[in-house]
Design a binder for this molecule. Structure first.
Ligand code: FBP
Length: 247
């Protein structure tokens, strides 16, 4: 099975925001996938997460050295219903595009949760056949968890669901409480835990949080988008972050 880590840790660049948020996150540079792939290829990242349309038009498996992670589902933020993120790419399609891993979001607590867990179960089976690591984005979101998304209990439940469903890694939000988050990591068992970056904050604040996260025993790395490519100097921020992740 492909390894997404370097010395046991991963730093992955996320760039699936165009589908999830529209273009509001982008400026003249970050709207261009080619520029993002240059950042991803700079040597500080162990992977880049893209939707298949971007891969087809911008990622050449022989030219790009950063490992490709294809996102298999996605949704817009235009509807206010309970969140459901449909599968839009198969595992075999991702493999043919050069994927070294795939990712899939489950909204834990959504009334469509069962639909997503069963799609994920089928994907997990396909991943095993292809020896492909699967990253479950386990996001508590929806009516059943409203107001409790960042609690120790719900985050640990989301992490545990990743273990029970058979993913290799989970990506999960951080609740800014190292003590309770260490229970979240423990609950994931042998599943590698990646923490997501979140909306852009001051670089200093972001790096301080990253340090706090990476000091939690068992955290396997971070998946970051906006705090890298919305930075004034993405490569400088990436280098500083990589020193924290791989130190
Ligand atoms: P960021 O580091 O920019 O937060 O990226 C992580 C990510 O999970 C992306 O993969 C995804 O597009 C986005 O955040 C989802 O954002 P939201 O929390 O608004 O659904």
């Amino acid at each position: 099975m492909e390894d997404l880590t370097k010395n046991g840790k991963a730093l992955i660049l996320a760039y699936d925001h165009g589908l999830e948020h529209g273009t509001v996150d982008f400026n003249d540079d970050s709207v261009d996938p080619e520029k993002i792939l240059k950042i991803a290829d700079c040597g500080f990242f162990t992977g880049v997460i893209l939707q298949k349309g971007i891969v087809e038009k911008y990622y050449q498996k022989d030219n790009h050295k950063v490992s490709l992670i294809v996102k298999l589902n996605g949704k817009t933020n235009l509807l206010e219903d309970e969140p459901y993120s449909p599968q839009i790419c198969s595992v075999s399609e991702a493999v043919s595009l050069g994927a070294k891993a795939v990712a899939y979001t489950v909204y834990i607590g959504s009334s469509f949760e069962a639909k997503m867990t069963s799609e994920l179960a089928k994907i997990e089976e396909d991943c095993r056949e292809h020896s492909l690591p699967l990253i479950g984005f386990m996001y508590p979101r929806g009516k059943a968890v409203s107001g409790k998304e960042n609690t120790k209990e719900i985050l640990a439940y989301a992490a545990r669901i990743g273990l029970e469903l058979g993913v290799e890694y989970i990506k999960i939000p951080y609740n800014h409480d190292p003590e309770s988050f260490s229970w979240v990591v423990k609950s994931a068992g042998r599943v590698g835990v990646f923490v997501l970056g979140g909306a852009k904050v001051e670089e200093e604040v972001f790096l301080k949080t990253a340090k706090e996260i990476m000091e939690i025993d068992g955290v396997a790395g971070m998946v970051v988008g906006r705090n890298i490519w919305q930075s004034k100097n993405p490569l400088v921020t990436a280098e500083k972050l990589s020193k924290i992740i791989f130190k």
